[in-house]
Design a protein around this ligand. Sequence first.
Ligand code: GSH
Length: 230
Amino acid sequence: MGQTPTLHILYTCPFCWKVRGVIEHIGMDVDYIPVNGMKIKKSVAFAGDWGKVPVFTDETGEHFVDSTPVMKHIDAAYNGGKLAATGDAERQQKWLEWADAKVSKATVPILYGTLGSALKTTTRISKIEKFGFVSKRLYAWAGFPIMWGIIAKKRVKKDGRTPKKLWHDLLTEFTGEHGTEPFFGGASPDLVDFAVFGYTRSISPFPQFALLEDHEKGMAWYRRMEGTLK
Ligand SMILES: N[C@@H](CCC(=O)N[C@@H](CS)C(=O)NCC(=O)O)C(=O)O
């Protein structure tokens, strides 16, 4: 027996939610360590020069970085590799890449795509995340014009769809791939389910989640995923 495994996170980080879903599904005992969003690099410097969250540290003190490899590692080491072994490996890999390329890009537009939504998001983040006294105020006021004006606006314009339509299209494409099964993985979820679930769930602390909730098939799947958590 070593130390309790830890996961360094930001509460609102979509990549962290991917890993958290797997941890909750397995019912593992993991200590979540929230980092200050203004000091990520410094907070995870112990894991080398990766400089991002999530970082998983196992009971022996070994570090693992990058959400998809971390999900795979946790599944292999603590779950008998069941999430990876479900279904066809090539199909799983292709859709993991789809999730990391497409669904990951949909989170910023929905959270920051309009000035109003960006303000709602940064206000909420300043309440949820761990911040210092000054950085909290700085983020709440300086964060939203930056996220909206510099990052989100360009992405929304480039895609051409409204952030809501983009999410609905992704959820339609994803659930369409399930066929008549309840999950992408078939009768039970696999790594792809947890990747898409993580990205989707990262929107759940924000009022914009309501825009996803009227995607009927997507939400039915999302609620089934919640039902697999311990
Ligand atoms: N590909 C990485 C991306 C992780 C990532 O970009 N995390 C963000 C927080 S949401 C971060 O730590 N950014 C800090 C930085 O890039 O300096 C993963 O899937 O884990």
